[in-house]
Ligand binder design. Structure first.
Ligand SMILES: [Cu+2]
Length: 223
């Protein structure tokens, strides 16, 4: 009888200890989860609805840099049919995670037949980008819900941000802020361009698309 009592009390003690241990470790892990976003945010100067998620995804290890690009319309710069990425030549640190934001003030130019592959996001973290609609009069605000996308309809593409040598292609939606994360590797010089024929005739490959630099193409230096 005594032996059975001792055995039962030993089992009960073990159960109690397990319960206590579990509740302590659950508490510890949930407090880790709670502190992780704030410590990540402290090391990265990011803000805004789409950035919070991207920053969380980008927080694993590598240093984080930012690149902010704006696509202005030809009319905005007094140069009709010459939409432009601003800036067009830029540098990024090697072996880093980079949060790239493209703020686009331009309309859509449907991707032509045969170029539909440029409607798909490639080479970014998770093969995704976020798109937030904006109004020209409130460029830092949100005119709609932020969506995560892996592609756009070819008809909805306005420009593309494409670095062929790195396998990076992001279709840029019209009147939107587009955010995505890429990782840089070793130092080098790369060429980026837009593959949506967004210039004037013939077939959209004139004006901005025909200009060799400063509008729809430029250089990335990884250093
Ligand atoms: Cu373009």
């Amino acid at each position: 009888m005594t032996r059975i009592f001792l055995w039962v009390s030993a089992v009960v003690s073990l159960l109690l200890l397990t319960l206590i241990y579990n509740s302590v470790s659950t508490g510890a892990s949930s407090s880790n989860v709670a502190t992780r976003p704030s410590s990540a945010m402290a090391t990265m100067p990011v803000a805004g609805e789409s950035m919070a998620g991207m920053a969380g995804m980008a927080s694993a290890g590598a240093p984080v840099a930012r690149l902010d690009l704006t696509i202005v319309t030809g009319d905005m710069i007094g140069h009709t049919e010459f939409p432009a990425f601003v800036p067009s030549d830029f540098a990024l640190p090697a072996h880093s995670t980079v949060i790239i934001t493209v703020t686009n003030f331009d309309d859509a130019t449907a991707l032509p037949k045969g170029a539909e592959q440029y409607a798909k996001v490639t080479g970014t973290l998770n093969g995704a980008a976020t798109v937030t609609p904006i109004k020209a009069g409130d460029p830092n605000g949100s005119a709609g819900v932020t969506k995560s996308i892996t592609s756009l309809k070819p008809a909805d593409v306005s420009h593309t941000f494409t670095i062929p040598a790195l396998g990076i292609n992001v279709p840029i939606a019209a009147h939107a802020r587009v955010v995505f994360v890429v990782k840089t590797g070793a130092p080098g010089h790369y060429y980026w361009r837009c593959f949506d024929p967004c210039g004037a005739d013939p077939m959209g490959w004139g004006t901005a698309m025909a200009a060799k630099r400063n509008f729809m193409e430029g250089t990335l230096t990884v250093e």
